[in-house]
Every structure is written in structure tokens, then in C-alpha cells.
Ligand binder design. Structure first.
Ligand code: HEM
Length: 520
């Protein structure tokens, strides 16, 4: 599929400016349709690599037909699977002048990601950047590019990704989990007939929001109170509005934005987000100054360290911390929701998790980071959930610097790749019984553990991978372990099932209701 001689000849012929990485690939997968046979055999027979023009794929009209007539607009993750069946693991889609190369096989995703340059780019996010230019705000890790992006990541990374720092956030997270457990009890008693919690995903959204604010801003926002404070609710609603308007806005050319009726609203919700974040930062600045004036040691979590290190200006901190907050709520809350949804249908797995947590943390002991190292079933449950529901089901990548070779095709620099993580997660060659929820496939010693390392990369890969991976894992382990310890989770008594839909992220398409019964 990606034979060395082929690369060497492309390299020798000067088509590749730098030599692409060649790793030992697994044997060809048994694709059945004609397209795949042709594409594989042409490479194996030593034919010239295909150019992008020769690559198959739907035209603009066909894409529109799939999206709006066949109804895949809010299930583009399923469209990945269907298109892979038709076109093979590499195809191009046209959206007007934009050409996207879809990559839907672990080996090929690896080839793209391993050939990225120093400053990887996802997409240029013109709508988010547009607001920042308008209001002279700083870009954060999601919107920044090039050397500046690398600079801010190098400042943000240590306290977010180093295990010893992240584990220090477990006290704050565990306090939020305690409140969530109380809230579950209150919800089922007050509105669920003593058992049911309605709209679990919505409730977990509040948990994730509260959790990330407690780490980033070192403050409790009151999201889990019986009555959510008005200001907090407005902040939450602004985040929701911003995500709702974002995909609509990008459908229009940037020059038209100021004339669109919802542009004003988009700017207003960003204004509110930045205003509240600014207030929270200002509060912390005053607190630090007061402590320093009294000669007291300044201790704190993420924001305190950013401010105290003085490696970023306050405006830069504001730009970055706002983006961390936006990236860290829906992702974590939806993953926890999907995990509970499946566990509710798997009493045996729940029992295993309950016993595991109970044996590592007997009685009232609250699990900490060190305890999670002794909970393989818990970790496997999170991995399996992220395989079945990669909350970022497709991820864009622009390989800027070089012409690159992917599969049997050579691509010019600045090609926009769309990495189809969802389709790859359901590849039966990597994951037998791909639709089944089987955490055990991630346990050491399980003979099914022979996946390709790029067959499930829910947090991305390389230097531009998720900044909040470790914090997200900590949050998920903290809450799932405590819920498994206290409750037996059962499905919605009405028998309703919940499908996934794409709203940029993979989210529940309908309200998810679950029963939470006290364990004896
Ligand atoms: C289950 C939870 C989460 C999942 C599955 C997830 C997944 C991802 C993925 C796939 C990316 C793109 C990586 C790439 O392009 O290679 C990403 C980027 C990012 N994530 Fe997460 N994420 C999660 C939670 C969080 C949390 C809690 C935070 C904040 C604390 C966060 C902050 C970010 C940021 C800032 C980026 C952009 C990084 C950059 O471009 O430099 N994420 N995430």
C-alpha cells in the first residue's frame, strides 16, 4: 500500500521535497469493492502514484445530495462509513472550491500525521479568529498558528499535560463529583420517581462546566446547585449559542458576515464569554497581589500558575483560557454520557467496575490519581467509549510544508485532509465485533488486543494533540468510579434508545434518561 520503492522513486524524481516517513505497515486489508482492488493493485504492481486529480470521490452535487437529500447533514460520521464502502479508504470530496481528502484507514491516518511539519494546522477557524481581530483579543491554542501557536502551547502544556501537575487537580474535581452525586439523588427524588435522572447529558454538561472552571479559574460557578445562578446560566447559554452559530456562519463568505443578521448575535455571545472570563481573571489578579503584599505564599491551580509565571500577558491568558474552557466541556460530558448509556446495558461490566473500585477504595475512600493506576477496567471502559463515540469523529489536517505521499497517491502541499476517525474505529479488521461495547478488548492479556496504534486516537496525535487529554481522563475516571461505587445504572424504563448525531462533535440525538439505583 505504501511501498518503499515507490516512495524512493518519487523522492528521486524530485516530487517529494523531504522524505516521507515509511513504517512497516500491516498486510493489505481485504477490501471487497472494485475501487479498492484497483487502488491497491496499482501500487503493488509498481505503477506511477496517482495524483489528486485521479482520486475518486463524490462531486459537489453528490455531496449536497448526501447531506441534504439523503439526510446525512447531522450524521456525517455515518457518511464516512458509507463513503468508505463506495470509494475505499482514500477519497476526495468537493465542497464548492474546497477539496477535502478523506482518509479512513489507520495506516493512512498514520502516514498523514507522521508527515506533519513543525506547526500542524487543523483549519484556520476564520469565524473565531474574525471575532478576535474585531475586538483585538488574543488567539488561543485552538485558533493560533505557526511559531506563536508553538510558543503558547509550550507555556500551557506543562500544567495541563504533566501527570504530576494534573493529579493535583483531583481534589478540586472530586469536590465537584461529590456535588454531582448529591444532585443525582436530588434529581431522581424531585423529578424522576425516585429512580430516573432525565437528560443525563445535560446534567453532565453542568458537571463538566463546573469541573473545568474549578481547575481553570479556581472558582465554583454553582452549576450543580438546585438553582443555577443567573450569571452562570447566561455564561453556559452563551457557550451553547456560540457553538450553534459557528457552523452556520462558516457556510457564508467572510466578506458577507457583517451583513448577516446573526453575526451581531455571534459577536455578542463572544463578548459575554470574554467579559466573564476577564472578570474571573481580574479577581484572581487582585487576590494574588493582596497575598503577595502580605508576604503570603501564592498557591493555586492553573490560572494562578499562568499569572504568576508571567510568560504570557493577561490578554494572552484570557484568549487561551477561554478556548480551553470551550474545548473542555462538551467533549468530556458527552464521553461520560455515552459511557453511562452503555454501562446501563451491561450489568456484568458494571459489576466488574463496582468491585474494582470497591477493592481499591473500600469504604468512604475517595479515589485519587494513584488509585486509578490500579483500575484497568475503568480505563478500558473510557477507551472503549471513546472508540465507539470518538467525540471528535473527523479531524481536519492541513499538511503545509511538503508534498506528501499517502497510500498510492501523491498530494501537493497545503492539501486539506479529513481524518475519518469514526470510520476507522468501526473497522472490523482492527476491532472484531466493532459495534459491541467491549472494554475488555483494551485489557492487557486479552488476545483481541492487536489494534493498530492509529485505529483509535480520540485525542489526536503529535504536538497538536489535545491539550486537555490528561485533565479529561482525570475527570472521567473520578466521576465514573464514584458513580459505579454508589449506583447501579439502568436504562431508561421507557425503553427509549439514543442515537448519535454530529454537531461538530458526536452528541446524543435525543435526551438520554437513565435510572440511578442506590447500591446496597
Ligand atoms: C473526552 C474529552 C476530550 C476529547 C475526546 C478531546 C479531543 C480532542 C481532539 C481530537 C483534539 C484535536 C487534536 C488534533 O488535532 O490532533 C483536541 C484539541 C484540543 N483540546 Fe481536547 N478533547 C477532550 C477534552 C479536552 C479538555 C478537557 C480540554 C481543556 C482543558 C481540551 C482542550 C483542547 C485544546 C485547547 C485543543 C486544541 C489544541 C491545539 O490545537 O493546540 N480538550 N481535543
Amino acid at each position: 500500500m505504501f511501498c518503499k520503492s515507490l516512495v524512493r522513486s518519487a523522492y528521486a524524481a524530485g516530487r517529494l521535497e523531504s522524505k516521507p516517513v515509511v513504517r512497516k505497515m500491516s498486510p493489505l486489508l481485504p477490501y471487497s469493492d472494485e475501487t479498492r482492488r484497483q487502488s491497491s493493485s496499482s501500487v503493488l504492481s509498481g505503477n506511477k502514484p496517482k495524483t489528486m486529480d485521479e482520486l475518486h470521490g463524490p462531486t459537489f452535487l453528490t455531496s449536497l445530495y448526501w447531506l441534504f437529500v439523503k439526510g446525512y447533514f447531522d450524521k456525517t460520521h455515518e457518511m464516512q462509513v458509507e463513503h468508505k464502502k463506495i470509494y475505499g479508504p482514500l477519497w476526495k470530496s468537493k465542497y464548492g472550491p474546497l477539496v477535502v481528502v478523506n482518509v479512513a484507514e489507520a495506516e493512512l491516518i498514520e502516514q498523514v500525521l507522521r508527515q506533519e511539519g513543525k506547526y500542524p494546522i487543523r483549519t484556520d477557524m476564520p469565524h473565531w479568529r474574525g471575532y478576535r481581530v474585531l475586538r483585538q483579543q488574543a488567539y488561543g491554542p485552538l485558533t493560533e498558528m505557526g511559531a506563536e501557536w508553538q510558543r503558547i502551547r509550550s507555556i500551557l502544556n506543562p500544567r495541563m499535560l504533566k501527570p504530576k501537575h494534573v493529579s493535583s487537580y483531583s481534589t478540586a474535581i472530586n469536590q465537584v463529583v461529590t456535588d454531582f452525586v448529591h444532585r443525582v439523588r436530588w434529581l431522581r427524588e424531585s423529578a424522576g420517581g425516585g429512580a430516573v435522572v432525565h437528560d443525563v447529558a445535560g446534567e453532565l454538561y453542568k458537571f463538566a462546566f463546573e469541573g473545568i472552571c474549578s481547575v481553570l479559574f479556581e472558582i465554583r460557578m454553582g452549576c450543580l446547585n438546585e438553582q443555577i445562578p443567573q450569571e452562570t446560566q447566561k455564561f453556559i447559554d452563551s457557550v451553547g449559542e456560540m457553538f450553534r452559530l459557528s457552523p452556520i456562519l462558516v457556510l457564508f463568505p467572510q466578506s458577507l458576515w457583517p451583513y448577516l443578521p446573526f453575526w451581531k448575535h455571534f459577536v455578542a455571545v463572544w463578548d459575554h464569554l470574554f467579559k466573564v472570563a476577564q472578570q474571573l481573571i481580574d479577581r484572581k489578579v487582585v487576590e494574588i497581589r493582596e497575598k503577595a503584599a502580605k508576604g503570603e505564599t501564592v498557591e493555586g491551580e492553573y490560572l494562578t500558575h499562568l499569572l504568576a509565571s508571567e510568560k504570557m500577558t493577561v490578554t494572552e491568558i484570557l484568549g487561551s483560557i477561554t478556548e480551553l474552557l470551550l474545548a473542555g466541556v462538551d467533549t468530556t460530558s458527552n464521553t461520560i454520557s455515552w459511557a453511562l448509556y452503555h454501562l446501563a446495558r451491561e450489568p456484568d461490566t458494571q459489576e466488574k467496575l463496582h468491585q474494582e473500585v470497591d477493592s481499591v477504595c473500600p469504604g468512604d475512600k475517595i479515589p485519587t490519581s494513584e488509585d486509578f493506576a490500579k483500575m484497568p477496567w475503568l480505563k478500558a471502559t473510557v477507551k472503549e467509549t471513546l472508540r465507539l463515540y470518538p467525540v471528535v469523529p473527523g479531524n481536519a489536517r492541513v499538511v503545509v510544508e511538503d508534498e506528501i505521499m499517502v497510500g498510492d497517491c501523491i498530494f501537493p502541499k497545503k492539501t486539506l485532509f479529513h481524518l475519518c476517525h469514526y470510520a476507522v474505529s468501526y473497522d472490523g479488521n482492527h476491532f472484531p465485533q466493532p459495534h459491541a461495547f467491549l472494554p475488555q478488548r483494551w485489557l492487557r492479556g486479552d488476545e483481541r488486543l492487536k489494534q493498530h496504534p492509529f485505529s483509535s486516537v480520540p485525542f489526536g496525535f503529535g504536538i497538536r494533540a489535545c491539550l486537555g487529554k490528561r485533565l479529561a481522563e482525570l475527570e472521567m475516571y473520578c466521576i465514573l468510579s464514584r458513580l459505579m461505587k454508589h449506583f447501579e445504572v439502568r436504562p431508561d424504563p421507557s425503553g427509549a434508545t439514543v442515537k448519535a448525531k454530529t454537531r461538530t462533535l458526536l452528541v446524543p440525538a435525543s435526551p438520554m434518561n437513565l435510572q440511578f439505583l442506590d447500591r446496597k
